[in-house]
Design a protein around this ligand. Structure first.
Ligand code: 5CA
Length: 159
């Protein structure tokens, strides 16, 4: 049973269930649209928020998901070195097309097609991190190890 009001949050819960995670998606009364909002709503450090940031490879047009600590900004030059081409932050339409979700609610899993995924190493020291769950008020918590398992992401330094 679920009492989630947002269909997108319910979709994410189903994805988590399918991945074998026990966590429940939580719909907050306050907005969780940005990392700062989410940290305030759940009462954690901003660094514990796992932002799902979408970049677009400028040659390949490929979508790249960089799951970034809420405390960090992605160094685009460093990302370009890693992926072998320049990449820029994607616009809202591209994000929705590639992830199935709107900015502010993009979850780290449950996308229509697999994305190349990188994980910020600065998330690893935390025992509990929080990610968006499909809507700008929905989040779920997990461990960094669980995030690695469910995304298959490669851990990198994003700074
Ligand atoms: N729900 C929260 C916490 S998990 C969340 O999704 N945060 S987020 O950081 O992953 O998503 C918001 C991010 O979307 C911002 O950090 C910003 O990098 C990006 N963003 C916001 N507006 C735009 C825009 N118009 N175009 C491209 N990216 C944007």
């Amino acid at each position: 049973m679920t009492n989630l009001t947002s269909p997108n949050a319910r979709r994410v819960q189903e994805v988590l269930d399918g991945l074998g995670l026990k966590q429940r998606v939580q719909e907050m009364e306050q907005t969780t649209r940005s990392a700062e909002d989410a940290a305030r709503a759940v009462g954690c450090e901003v660094g514990q928020i796992a932002k799902s940031l979408v970049f677009k490879g400028s040659a390949s047009q490929q979508a790249i998901l960089v799951i970034t600590s809420g405390a960090n900004r992605v160094n685009e030059a460093a990302l370009a070195q890693l992926i072998g081409e320049p990449a820029r932050k994607a616009d809202a339409d591209f994000v929705r097309a590639k992830t199935g979700y709107a900015i502010g609610g993009v979850p780290p899993v449950g996308h229509p097609h697999p994305l190349a995924v990188f994980i910020d190493e600065d998330l690893l020291p935390y025992s509990c991190i929080w990610a968006a769950a499909g809507s700008p008020t929905a989040v779920f918590h997990l461990t960094p190890q669980e995030l690695q398992r469910i995304t298959g992401g490669r851990v990198i330094c994003v700074k």
